[in-house]
Design a protein around this ligand. Structure first.
Ligand SMILES: NS(=O)(=O)c1ccc(C(=O)NCc2ccccc2F)cc1
Ligand SMILES: [Zn+2]
Length: 257
């Protein structure tokens, strides 16, 4: 990773000027700024469990990677003009249960946030899609800590022990991430960016209103990951969330009243 990558979010603009752009993510979602759009369609995920390939610790997050060589696992509907291919999912979390999400809703910070990243196959590949305003769609789901966790998160967290340090990867097959979805498909949507460098402004964000429930132990499991590679000094992988960015003149639309 580049030498500056250990510098915080306030330094990113030196290498990625777009980090100070007009369409950055995450943002605060406040009811007073949200516009109910009754023309917004429901979104649908059609995922093939066989597309899941591996789970890895890249020193920045825990990521599950999927086969995106054809329209095998796709997201469609909602604000999207067509199908978008599922490429990976990853998480953001804090150093304690009272913070860790990237988006903040009416002042509420959640313990974490799950991002399912999809790209628009009208472009030849992911790298090309990243350079387009309609290139990427991220489905964001908040993680809320409660006593009785959702059993579906277990499968991902069971693999954590195999990817403790940066660069560790393990097979992760036969997994349909839609089992993680909450009951309600209500969402907010707006145009934004990657929340990490290169901060490209290529993302249609679909942020679910209903969080998924995890336990404090499950969050502790995520916090047991390390930023460092094996046989390097231990650096806990925590607080991998970007602070909220100015909304400027962006409309946040809601699919619900
Ligand atoms: N937290 S998030 O906004 O959902 C997010 C999703 C994906 C990336 C990513 O792919 N980075 C590497 C990357 C970026 C651009 C071009 C090629 C890349 F590999 C970064 C942030
Ligand atoms: Zn993310």
């Amino acid at each position: 990773a580049p030498h500056w990558s250990h510098l915080g979010p306030d330094h990113w603009y030196k290498n990625y000027p777009i980090a100070k752009g007009r369409r950055q993510s995450p943002i605060e979602i406040n009811n007073k700024d949200v516009h109910y759009d009754r023309s917004l369609l429901p979104w649908f995920a059609s995922y093939d469990p066989g597309a899941a390939k591996t789970i890895l610790n890249n020193g920045k997050t825990c990521r599950v990677v999927f086969d995106d060589s054809f329209d095998r696992s796709v997201l469609r509907g909602g604000p999207l003009p067509g199908v978008y291919r599922l490429r990976q999912l990853h998480f953001h979390w804090g150093s304690s249960d009272d913070h860790g999400s990237e988006h903040v809703v009416n002042g509420v910070r959640y313990a974490g946030e799950l991002h399912l990243l999809h790209w628009n196959p009208k472009y030849s590949n992911y790298l090309d899609a990243v350079r387009r305003a309609d290139g990427i769609a991220v489905l964001a789901i908040f993680l809320q800590v409660r006593k009785t966790p959702k059993p579906e998160m277990k499968r991902i967290l069971e693999e954590i022990n195999a990817i403790k340090t940066k660069g560790k990867e393990a097979p992760f097959t036969n997994f349909d991430p839609s089992i993680l979805f909450p009951k309600s498909h209500d969402y907010w949507t707006y145009h934004g960016s990657f929340t990490t460098p290169p901060c490209e402004e290529c993302i249609t964000w679909i942020v679910l209103r209903e969080p998924i429930i995890v336990s404090s132990d499950q969050m502790a499991k995520l916090r047991s990951l390390s930023k460092n590679a094996e046989n390097e000094p231990v650096l806990p992988l925590v607080d991998n969330w970007r602070p909220t960015q100015p909304r400027y003149f962006r409309m946040v639309s809601a699919s619900f009243l």
